[in-house]
Design a protein. Structure first.
Length: 124
């Protein structure tokens, strides 16, 4: 069994690699004209890479949910949950992040409309 320090350094190395992948993804999608689509793609990729779940059922240490789901779905057999153990948290977090992102975009749009309406009133 690994110690807490081993898991910490594993997460540090994994996070560095995941951030490099996100940077490469950003380089690939930066030319997309619609800003909201770019943001959602980056958010979903970040969620897929950084959502944690317990590595083993009896161990409190965390591992990336994507890899736990992949491992249990492909290699584990028996009455385990398979892909669902890692996929369920990813889907739940994705739903809430997109919901709050949409609310934030609407709020920003509303504030900008108010600001432009106020600036037009001041100019007249």
């Amino acid at each position: 069994m690994y110690s807490a320090e081993n898991y910490l350094w594993g997460w540090v190395a994994y996070s560095a690699g995941a951030l490099c992948l996100l940077f490469c993804l950003w380089l690939l999608i930066r030319k997309i004209g619609i800003r909201a689509i770019r943001h959602i793609i980056i958010l979903l990729a970040t969620i897929a890479l950084f959502t944690p779940v317990t590595a083993y059922r009896d161990d409190p240490h965390l591992a990336p949910a994507f890899f736990v789901s992949l491992y249990e779905g492909l290699l584990a057999s028996g009455d385990d949950m398979g892909f669902q153990r890692g996929l369920a948290p990813i889907l739940a977090i994705s739903f809430f992040v997109i919901f709050f992102y949409t609310l934030l975009r609407l709020l920003i749009s509303w504030v900008r409309k108010k600001r432009t309406a106020n600036s037009k009133d001041e100019q007249e």
